[in-house]
Design a binder for this molecule. Structure first.
Ligand code: SF4
Length: 321
């Protein structure tokens, strides 16, 4: 059971940090004032159907007509989070996490300055960058290699292009693969974001996306339930005619199935996530992350299973029901 410990039956990010560096890292959410080509009109003005522009972490900027106005310097953003953390985690080390919007979507020179500003903050030992696969060029890879980039996060959500197009992702799975392979060839770890409960996707569809993860073998994955947020087009659809969403118990069941077939060396960066509380229309159970995580661990104990228990190195031969 690689990476499993007395707390988790999966390879949690905290376990990875302990094994690789022998210390605890905490991510500090940093807002570098980025936008996204799927919102500023380059590809579309609408954005992904579920996107409010806010990640599930802290959000310190203001959105005005698709442009971002930073309300605080990176230094101040980091310091305010460090203050909140210092009593509980006095020995923690930090990673600057560029999470909101598309964090490679600026001219290269400016990008280098933003990343450098984060790396200059006391206690920050590396940065993690969340972006779109179609916003990574060879020049970005060179830039990442010249900075302390610990990993790059790519939104994929699903490998099924028809559903991705319903989500208005505006790139297809081949575009993802192209960027992914570039990063992998340069030895830059990649974390892939996946969404459960996309309308029209069955458990079998979702597990095919997990099989695909086994084939490409990223450094890590992040899972979360589709959140329906007020003010998004998905929210408008839902308020007009509520559609079925996964219940907490079904979500837990899908996640446990995914963990069982997942390569045990892939690090789990997140198993549940929630949008801003005041914007979340449904499902409201995502707000109780502790309950979801406890439910996942309990389910794995009941099944007497763990990450990778049914991992098949040749996923094409694994039958998924
Ligand atoms: S790519 Fe990310 S930031 Fe851009 S619209 Fe989609 S979810 Fe929002």
């Amino acid at each position: 059971m690689i990476g499993c410990d007395s707390v988790n039956r999966y390879y949690a990010l905290s376990t990875y940090f302990q094994k690789k560096y022998g210390k605890k890292y905490i991510k500090l959410s940093l807002d570098g004032g980025f936008s996204c080509p799927n919102r500023d009109g380059k590809l579309s003005h609408k954005g992904c159907i579920f996107c409010s522009g806010e990640g599930s972490g802290d959000f310190s900027g203001i959105v005005e007509k698709g442009q971002k106005v930073i309300s605080d310097s990176l230094q101040n953003q980091a310091e305010s989070q460090k203050q909140l953390l210092k009593t509980k985690w006095s020995n923690a080390h930090f990673i600057g996490y560029f999470q909101n919007y598309t964090n490679t979507y600026k001219p290269l020179e400016e990008l280098g300055q933003i990343y450098d500003a984060a790396l200059a903050i006391e206690g920050i030992e590396g940065i993690a960058i969340s972006t779109r696969p179609d916003c990574i060029l060879e020049a970005h890879i060179k830039l990442f290699k010249s900075k302390s980039v610990m990993w790059v996060e790519l939104g994929l959500q699903t490998i099924h292009d028809a559903r991705a197009s319903w989500l208005r992702r505006y790139y297809d799975t081949d575009d993802f693969l192209f960027a992914y392979n570039r990063l992998k060839a340069a030895d830059i770890p990649v974390v892939v974001h996946l969404i459960l409960g996309i309308p029209g996707e069955s458990k079998t569809d979702f597990l095919k996306t997990i099989d695909f993860m086994n084939t490409v073998k990223p450094f890590g994955i992040k899972l979360h339930m589709l959140n329906v947020l007020k003010g998004t087009d998905l929210g408008i659809l839902y308020e007009d005619k509520p559609f079925d969403l996964l219940s907490e118990s079904v979500y837990i069941d899908w996640v446990c199935d995914a963990l069982e077939i997942l390569d045990p060396e892939i690090v789990i960066h997140r198993l549940t996530g929630d949008g801003p509380k005041d914007l979340l229309l449904a499902p409201r159970w995502v707000l109780n992350k502790r309950s979801v995580l406890n439910g996942i661990n309990k389910c794995l104990v009941t099944r007497n299973s763990y990450q990778g228990m049914r991992f098949n190195k040749d996923p094409k031969t694994e039958k998924v029901d």
